[in-house]
Design a protein around this ligand. Structure first.
Ligand code: NI
Length: 434
């Protein structure tokens, strides 16, 4: 089983940059891309499903490198306030009431939203991860999932910590499942919600399982200054000294990281996840992305949860990433369209450790998105990459493939039950907020 997509404009992401192939053909077999190039004869063409790509572009699936997917349930619940008021006075109070069933339906809602916007892969941090994994497995999407771990108690031994134990259980059950589409990371939530020894215990547990780390880093000036006051060092230096960065790490936000912090991140290959929408909405600030790029750090993009954004639209993040640094520095070269596009695709795949995704390339997993270019905002097509970074809308996404399967096509979901999901989300919200 496979597809042959003909007459299409392919946006590849190769190590030597992005290339645009006009009038090209892409062939898949099972879950793998088996050919990318000019028109040619395919001996077994009748065995495959043929798709005419005239007037369309094929791009790698978008990677949302930092989100809290069930927070779709909290969308527009607490807006226009700073991170600490938002989190401690509003969000945590509702989250105390969430059941695993609520998390399951909130996840399904987020999966619908992400798929329709061309996101094929994401990195999540939340709880009831077992249900998030279940929903993700059913949807066919790809994800690096983690249980957010919080404990400010200073102890020598965290062997009885129910959160770490839950994370371990989830790792054992789900890591590498559904053809490797689901992997499990370990996630100390942030330095202000985890005692240093707790972070060390998480690090040691993750190391035993050869797992990735997902953490919030230096998101607000308060976190930054509290860290200087409490530990005498920046949040990044604090985590570096604990040894967290010895493991492959995804660090979300990084708004206040210093020049020296960036050197530490580069030294340890930490991926920097830029969340421009969330950082702007919570009034946190603007992360030093141009400096991170200059140092050769892998910068990916994320939406953060739908309660601090307020959507899971990676096109908006790409657009913001390409614009806000230019304005803030009065430098139109601060982040170029191509850089923003790579952050949303190949850099995200690399950050999450899905190393056979993020590119339209032979041998890679077929995580790909067809974009309908027959719309006014794509004409004229002087520069397709500019059009994708500056003009594209999530609604231009026509077809979404993950691991060689079509999960979304022209408004229809192949694996998710739209009516059932909307019904259950409304039911859950009536109970939580009614
Ligand atoms: Ni977050």
């Amino acid at each position: 089983m496979g597809y042959i997509i003909e007459n299409i404009t392919v946006v590849t992401c190769d190590d030597d940059g992005i290339k645009i192939l006009k009038n090209a053909v892409v062939e898949t077999e099972d879950n793998i891309i088996t050919y990318v190039g000019p028109k040619k004869e395919f001996p077994d063409i009748n065995r495959k499903v043929r798709i005419d790509g005239t007037g369309k572009a094929l791009i790698p699936g978008l990677v949302n490198a930092h989100t809290h997917i069930p927070m779709t349930l909290l969308r527009s619940y607490a807006d226009d306030m700073d991170l600490h008021t938002w989190l401690f006075d509003h969000i945590f109070k509702i989250e105390d009431k969430l059941t695993d069933e609520d998390v399951y339906w909130g996840t399904q809602l987020g999966l619908m939203e992400m798929l329709a916007g061309g996101t094929t892969c994401f990195s999540d941090m939340y709880y009831y991860v077992d249900r998030i994994a279940e929903a993700t497995a059913e949807s066919g999407m790809r994800a690096l999932l983690s249980r957010g771990l919080t404990n400010n108690e200073d102890k020598e031994d965290y062997g009885d910590d129910f959160r770490i134990n839950e994370a371990v259980e989830t790792f054992r059950k789900w890591n590498g499942e559904v053809n490797g589409r689901i992997r499990i990371a370990f996630a100390p939530h942030a330095i202000y919600t985890c005692a240093p020894k707790y972070i060390r215990a998480i690090r040691d547990t993750a190391e035993k399982f050869n797992a990735y780390i997902h953490v919030h880093l230096d998101e607000t000036i308060k976190e930054h200054n509290d860290s200087l006051h409490q530990f005498g060092k920046t949040p990044a230096r604090h985590l570096y000294d604990i040894g967290l960065f010895d493991l492959p790490t995804i660090a979300a936000h990084c708004v206040f990281v210093t020049e020296e912090d960036l050197d530490l991140m580069k030294e340890k290959n930490v991926s920097f996840v830029h969340n421009p929408g969330s950082n702007l909405k919570l009034g946190s600030g603007i992360a030093p992305v141009p400096e991170a790029l200059k140092k050769g750090i892998n910068v990916a993009l994320g939406t953060d949860g739908a309660s601090s954004n307020n959507n899971l639209n990676m096109w908006e993040e790409m657009n913001l990433a390409a614009l806000i640094h230019k304005g803030a520095r009065r430098d139109p070269l601060a982040v170029k369209a191509e850089e923003a596009f790579k952050m949303a695709t190949v850099n995200g795949a690399r950050a999450l450790g899905f190393n056979n995704t993020g590119k339209i390339k032979e041998g890679f997993a077929a995580d790909m998105v067809i974009i309908n270019l027959s719309k006014p905002h794509y004409l004229p097509e002087h520069n397709l990459l500019s059009n994708l970074a500056y003009s594209a809308q999530a609604s231009d996404v026509e077809t979404v493939f993950v691991d060689g399967k079509i999960l979304y096509d022209k408004g229809e979901y192949r694996t998710l039950d739209r009516e059932k999901i909307l019904y259950n989300v409304n039911k859950v919200c009536r109970r939580l907020f009614g």
